[in-house]
Design a binder for this molecule. Sequence first.
Ligand code: MN
Ligand code: MN
Length: 468
Amino acid sequence: MAEEREKSEGKLLEEKLLWKFSHIGKKGREQVDEAADFCEGYKVFLNEGKTERECVAAAKRMLENAGYRRFDRKEHYKPGDKVYQINRGKSILATTFGEKSLDEGVRINGAHIDSPRLDLKPCPLFEKNEIAFFKTHYYGGIRKYQWGTVPLALHGVVVKKNGEMISIAMGEEPNDPVFCISDLLPHLASKQNERKLSEGLKGEELNIVVGTLPFQDEAVKEPVKLMILKLLNEKYGITEEDFYRAEIEMVPAQKAVDVGLDRSLIGAYGQDDRVCAYTALMAEIETQNPPYTTITVLTDKEEIGSEGNTGMNSAYLRHYMEDLADLEGIPVRDVFRNALCLSSDVNAAFDPTFPDVFEASNSSYVNKGCVLTKYTGARGKSGANDASAETMARVIAMMEAEDVCWQAGELGAVDQGGGGTIAKYVAQLDIDVVDLGVPVLSMHSPFEMVAKLDVYHTYRAFRAFYKR
Ligand code: MN
Ligand code: MN
C-alpha cells in the first residue's frame, strides 16, 4: 500500500467549501441492516392499509397498543399523555403532550393515507357479450395505461338499507380471486398503438372483469350480471341498490416485496404517501415526554387536491388545534403562529432511464436520505408553499443535530410539470411548513419503489423533529 498522499491545497479548499449529498450505503453496513429491520414493519403496514379507511384502522390499533386514548376536550392532560382523534374513519390525529405551553410552539407532522386508485362508479355493474364488468372512475393522478392487465383487489364499505355498515375486501388472501382490466394483444393493437400514451387506455376503458358464468334461466336478459349479484348477495347480503350507498376502491392486489438482489428497495402499491404515514406514526408512538406538543396527522384526499371534509383543505385540523388551545385557555392563533409543520410527502427520485425531466443537481436520489423540498407547484412555483429560509434552517438544524441523512430536491426540472402537497393548506393557517419525505421511483404507478435507507432516515428525521 502506498502512503496516503498529502491533500493538495485545492482539495482541502474543496472539502471546506463544496457541498455534496452522498450515498448512505457508503457510510456503513450497519445502517443498511437497521433500515431493512425497520422496513419489515412498514411492509406489514402497507399490506394492512390499502385504503385510507384501512390505514386509519391500522393506525388506531397501533396507537391504542401504545397507550393512546381517545381525545376528550373536557379532560385534563399532563406532559407525556398521549391521545388520538379520528375524523370520519378516513383521517386520524395523534398527540403527545409536551412540556412547553402550546403558544411556545407545537410540532405538526402531516402525511396522507389516500393513494391513486380506481373507484367503482355509483352504478358499476354491467354485462356485455356475456362478460360482467365493473365500471370505474379513477381517483388521483394515474397513467391509465399502467392499470391494465394488473391483478386488482376490491376494498371498501357498504352501508346497507338498515344502516349497518359492512367492510369488503377481496383479492388479498391467498385463495381469493382477483379482478383485472383487459388490454389488446399486440397482434391486433396496431391502431391502438397510434394513440397518444395518455390515451393508451381511456377512462371509459378502465372496465374490470368480474365474472363470465350465467345464471341458468333463459328468461333472464343479463344472466352473467345476475350471477355476480347473486354471489355478492350470498357473501355480503347486498343488492345492486347498495352500490349507491358504498365506497369501493380497486387497488393492486400485489403485496409489498423487496426489490433487487441486494433487497435495497421496497416495491408496493400506495407508498405515496403511506411511506411518510408509517414513519410519522412510528416517530409519534416512540416520542416520550417531548418539549413541544406533537400533532401527527394522517389525512385523506391529498391526491385530489385535499378536498372534502377529510382533506387538509377542511377545518378539521384547525378545530382539533382549537380544542387543544382551549385546554390551556389560550387563543389558537397564538398556537398557529409559533407552530412548525412538516408536510411529509414523497418526491420524485431521479430516474436514470428518464433523465430529461429532471435537473440533476436539484433532484432527489434513492439512497441519499429523506428529501427536503422547499417548494412544489408548477411553472413559476404556482400553487407552491415555498418554505422560508428560516424554516429550512430550523428543519436542517434538527436533522443535522441527530445525524439524519437528508438531501434537497425539486419535483422535476423547470416547466416539466409539477404538483402540490398539503403544505399550502397548512400555510393558510399562518403556520411555518416545509415538505419532507421519501424519494420514489415510478410514483403513482401500481408498483412504486422506494429505498429502505431513505425510509429509515425519514423516520429518523421525524424522531429528531419531535425531540427538539
Ligand atoms: Mn403524496
Ligand atoms: Mn401523490
